[in-house]
Design a protein around this ligand. Structure first.
Ligand code: MG
Length: 382
């Protein structure tokens, strides 16, 4: 039996050439905490946590001793040990992001030890590629934001995407003008999602939904505070636009609240925040039971992207039929060298689809040069 010998964390930082904004704050840099879990004999797995990188790192430092000396194949038992240790004070939040990072790394390691892709270990590959939507169309300083967003939308379309997600949350009037400009640039056949990052009151969200609906909206993401479960259910009754949420939610218990409340049509757990692959697989099964689609939130490096692809490669799509719809991969197109340079092979969308990696583990290699270029101090928890 192999034993876990070492846990190392890496905080990486990329300063953006151009700042961009969404409804809640502004990005001037991308920063992430990665974790490498190494077993006896030298096999290792990579994970990453979603959330403030320094806090994720502190969480990994706290949880890592629970893994040392344990069998890396028992990733679910290890999940339970880590969760039991943190349950009293961190049922959700950044400590769960740290747990998620370690869980993803354990899946990568397990796949390498068993010489199987994670998607096979999750239960099997239902598809070799998934359709991807381009995430972009953030706010930025410019004289004519609708025109700038229209130009960016046209570029995504020219790059082969037939689905794009744009930000809303500036205010209903501004948002409606932006949606109209983007829809015109995309043409009628591309899917368009809008994402408010919980910026609206119920009245505002219903108003924007009513005005945006004629422009053909594939989903309205996080219209309301993640705490406002009743508000979500009420908005769902008022609009035919599918309602999506879940990137601020965690674990089965968090999603059960959304499902029991009939809050969403599409659930969006972030694998690197909601409890790792172990827990997100269970959330996916629960979503299926409630007739809710799953479209994981994905905002990180190629490690997060690979984890999402393996989950989606295995996902049982609701409701299930002969000509079933593919699940969606969130494919971040904003500037991010960490995403573009850290892992090999690079993920590419071809005709709007991204291949599910088929090599053992997550199926990616982490580039040492990129770790050094973007890395702050590496830390080892031995
Ligand atoms: Mg979002």
């Amino acid at each position: 039996m192999s034993r876990i010998e070492k846990v190392n964390t890496f905080v990486l930082r990329h300063r953006l050439a151009e700042r961009f904004r969404f409804a809640q704050w502004e990005y001037a840099e991308r920063r992430v905490c990665l974790v490498k879990v190494t077993a006896q004999g030298g096999a290792f797995g990579w994970g990453e946590g979603y959330g403030p990188a320094g806090v994720v790192r502190a969480g990994i430092d706290f949880l890592a001793p629970l893994l040392l000396g344990r069998d890396p194949l028992e990733q679910e038992t290890l999940w339970q040990a880590m969760f039991r240790r943190s349950f009293d004070f961190a049922r959700q939040g950044v400590l769960l992001g740290a747990l998620s990072a370690l869980d993803v790394a354990l899946w990568d390691l397990k796949g390498k030890l068993l010489d199987q892709p994670v998607s096979v270990l999750l239960g099997g590959r239902k598809r070799e590629s998934v359709r991807a939507y381009a995430t972009g169309l953030y706010f930025r300083e410019c004289a004519d934001l609708p025109a700038a967003l229209a130009a960016e939308a046209a570029a995504h379309r020219a790059a082969g995407f037939d689905a794009v997600k744009m930000k809303v949350g500036l205010g209903v009037e501004h948002d409606h003008a932006n949606v109209r400009a983007v829809r015109e640039a995309l043409g009628p056949n591309a899917a368009l999602m809008i994402d408010a990052n919980h910026a609206f009151s119920g009245v505002e969200a219903a108003d924007l939904a009513r005005r945006a609906a004629p422009h053909g909206i594939a989903w309205f993401e996080e219209p309301l505070s993640p705490d406002d479960c009743d508000g979500y259910a009420e908005l769902r009754r008022k609009t035919a636009i599918p309602i999506a949420a879940g990137e601020c939610e965690a674990r089965r218990a968090g999603f059960l609240r959304l499902f029991n409340g009939r809050c969403v049509d599409i659930a969006q757990p972030d694998i690197c925040a909601a409890g790792g692959l172990t827990e997100t697989k269970k959330i996916a099964d629960m979503a299926y039971t409630f007739g809710v689609e799953l479209a994981p939130h994905c905002w990180g490096t190629g490690i997060a992207m690979a984890a999402a692809l393996h989950l989606l490669g295995n996902l049982d799509v609701v409701p299930g039929r002969l000509e079933e719809r593919d699940p969606w991969l969130e494919f971040d197109r904003t500037e991010n060298s960490l995403r573009d340079e850290l892992t090999q092979p690079a993920f590419r969308a071809q005709n709007g689809r991204v291949a599910v990696p088929d090599r053992p583990g997550l199926g990616i290699e982490v580039d040492q040069g990129a770790l050094e270029r973007y890395g702050e101090a590496e830390r080892s928890k031995v």
